[in-house]
Design a protein around this ligand. Structure first.
Ligand code: ZN
Ligand code: ZN
Length: 638
């Protein structure tokens, strides 16, 4: 039903521009990309400039695929690949995707499969007529990544259909030419949690982030306000997810449960981490006997409909919206979303959660965009006094707190978010032990941390350059160091808490569930022990109450799961400099340094006083319009 003039026009241009002897047999949408099937792809491969020029002229992403009839049978093709690629590349698997004609080659040294300037890859394509895609064999294999790959391969037929439908919708003809643009806050404004932004033009409806608030049990405040009258799931063109934390992506499967069949755009690392966290959310809900808003099959539908994008890849997501993701420096694969609306009409960048300084794990957030009129800015640390200590100072404080506790024969509990802070702390502790700055004690890791770590090693391209170099050029992988012990069963906890001094890294980061809560219950009574908070504690969470100094906590657990009052006598430390968020100084620096300078700044993702306070300060400092809308408020940008 979407097949229309626009598609025919594109098709016609492609056919007219490509040499006849390339013998095009089909032209098909693959989501935002256009696949050109050729019976003689050598002509196009040998003349790369033809396709480059055409892609530029059409402003579309084009991909060349050989006609299925040409492809060498997989067994023979596999032998051919092994003949072409040098043995030192250490290929660990070769998988064929019949539907798109792709062969996925996993190797320990991917550079050797690619060859200088891609020569080896080109040779493979010319020989076997499958399109090779190369991935690095991760040092730690992730269960989720394998499951996802398997699911996508098994349903590749379905996936192809999905991509075709998405492509047709993206490339539909523009009906309305009068440009206007509205932005509506659906969640996460003047609060932290359930982030959701609705962007509407005359043509398109786009949702950015769709999270849940894990800090509240009230249904009314847990989920985004999708009940707003203008929001219609059937009219939704795209969902963009900035990163994998549940307050940004926890509600996405719900959209599929209620019939959304459009795309989700995010980086590949976000897709993998997001799936891990959504599945874990369901597990936790089930264990705690809570009703969850969606089921596992809805999570699978998210995966099948997700279109992964790299940083900097400009992509049409509707007839009048172009999306580019940029590094946000917050967690692995996190992104700032830049939307280019209409043909030069307007540009919006939404920071998502972002860190405007380098961490051990990631590079600092991007601050340069081709064009920018409105900046939507997170405000987690938006108050005047929300300046965090430097990373160096925070590291020193953390190591000191650990050493102090160990010397008095106590144990240290560090509740961590599985994704991000956990890996940052792992990299730090490994170095501290190696440099003998920290007492050498066992470090136990429990919860999803190891799986999240495996996903980090699957996507080294998102890690900070120096960490990547350490892992791949110097063979020093902190994630594999001997000082860490993975705890696989809750039965091991009593032995750990009764054993020798140690450090325990456990999820969840705000003590809202998971092993960290159990460890806390065990350790709370003993003044020799210490709990160290290294990430932001949302209002309403147990972590926040402990941080504020609540001395008696009603909890259930232990051998007979009886309700009990837990006395809190252990040391409580908060070391905030590890936060993946920009502090007040970094937020202000960002708005000063971002280029081009925005005309409007909208604050979100912060407690009420922080969102309002930051907007007020920025108005004075930048002399621009600033807004701090509440949920359900709409702003007309054009
Ligand atoms: Zn986050
Ligand atoms: Zn967040």
């Amino acid at each position: 039903m979407f097949l229309n003039d626009e598609f025919n026009k594109i098709k016609q241009t492609i056919l007219e521009s490509i040499p006849k002897d390339a013998s095009v047999s089909d032209i098909e949408f693959e989501g935002p990309e256009i696949a050109i099937y050729s019976r003689n792809p050598k002509v196009l491969l040998n003349n790369g400039d033809i396709i480059k020029g055409l892609a530029k002229r059409l402003r579309k992403r084009l991909v060349i695929r050989s006609d299925p009839a040409l492809r060498m049978p997989p067994q023979q093709a596999e032998a051919e690949i092994k003949k072409i690629v040098p043995e030192e590349a250490d290929i660990s698997s070769i998988n064929f995707d019949d539907n798109v004609g792709e062969v996925i080659i996993e190797a320990k040294k991917p550079g050797l499969v690619i060859g200088r300037n891609g020569t080896t890859l080109k040779e493979i394509t010319r020989k076997i007529f499958w399109r090779p895609s190369v991935i690095r064999t991760p040092p730690i294999q992730s269960r989720i990544v394998l499951q996802l790959r398997h699911a996508l391969q098994k349903d590749s037929d379905k996936r192809r259909g999905i991509l075709k439908t998405i492509g047709q919708r993206i490339h539909r003809s523009v009906l309305m030419q009068n440009g206007w643009l509205r932005f509506t806050a659906l969640g996460g404004f003047r609060e932290v949690g359930r982030t959701c932004i609705f962007v509407q033009t005359a043509e398109s409806n786009v949702l950015i982030d769709c999270g849940i608030n894990v800090g509240t049990s009230s249904q009314g405040n847990s989920f985004p306000r999708l009940d707003m009258p203008e929001f219609d799931l059937d009219e939704l063109d795209a969902v963009i997810i900035t990163h994998a934390h549940l307050d940004h992506c926890g509600f996405v499967p719900f959209l599929y449960k209620y019939g959304y069949r459009g795309p989700v755009y995010c980086t590949k690392a976000t897709r993998n981490l997001m799936t891990l966290l959504q599945l874990d959310y369901l597990d936790v809900a089930e264990r705690e006997g809570k009703l969850s808003p969606y089921k596992q099959k809805d999570v699978k539908n998210v995966v099948l409909n997700t279109i992964p994008l790299d940083y900097g890849e400009v992509t049409d997501i509707s007839p009048d919206v172009r999306l580019t993701l940029h590094n946000a420096g917050h967690i692995l694969g996190s992104s700032i979303s830049h939307l280019h609306i209409g043909d030069g009409l307007y540009n919006v960048a939404y920071t998502g959660d972002f860190k405007f300084s380098k961490s051990r794990l990631l590079e600092a957030a991007t601050s340069h965009f081709p064009r920018l009129e409105t900046l939507i800015l997170e405000s987690t640390y938006g108050n005047v006094d929300d300046n965090l200590p430097s990373r160096r100072e925070s590291e020193r404080r953390l190591i000191n707190a650990i050493n102090r506790t160990i010397q008095q024969k106590g144990k240290v509990l560090i509740p961590v978010l599985a994704v991000g802070r956990a890996q940052e702390i792992i990299v730090l502790l490994e170095e501290a032990i190696r440099h003998k700055i920290m007492e050498e004690v066992p470090i136990f890791i429990e919860g999803m941390i190891s799986e999240a770590t495996a996903i980090h090693t699957t996507h080294p391209e998102y890690l900070a350059h120096d960490l990547r170099d350490k892992i791949f050029h110097y063979g020093l992988n902190p994630f594999l160091a001997d000082c860490f012990t993975q705890v696989d069963s809750s039965n091991a906890r009593p032995d750990i808490v009764e054993g020798e001094p140690c450090v325990i890294l456990a999820t969840s980061g705000m003590l809202t569930g998971g092993p960290s809560v159990d460890y806390f219950r065990y350790l709370a009574h003993d003044p020799k022990n210490t709990v160290i908070f290294v990430s932001y504690q949302i209002e309403g969470t147990l972590g926040r109450r402990i941080q504020k100094g609540q001395k008696e906590i009603p909890m259930t657990g232990g051998r007979n799961s009886k309700p009990q009052i837990v006395k809190v006598d252990l040391n409580i430390e908060t070391v905030e400099g590890f936060s993946g968020h920009s502090d007040r100084r970094q937020l202000i620096n960002y708005t000063k340094q971002v280029t081009p300078r925005p005309e409007k700044v909208i604050t979100c993702h912060g407690e009420k006083s922080k969102c309002i306070g930051l907007a007020k300060s920025l108005k004075k400092i930048l002399r621009t319009e600033t807004y701090s809308p509440t949920n359900l408020e709409t702003l007309r940008l054009v």
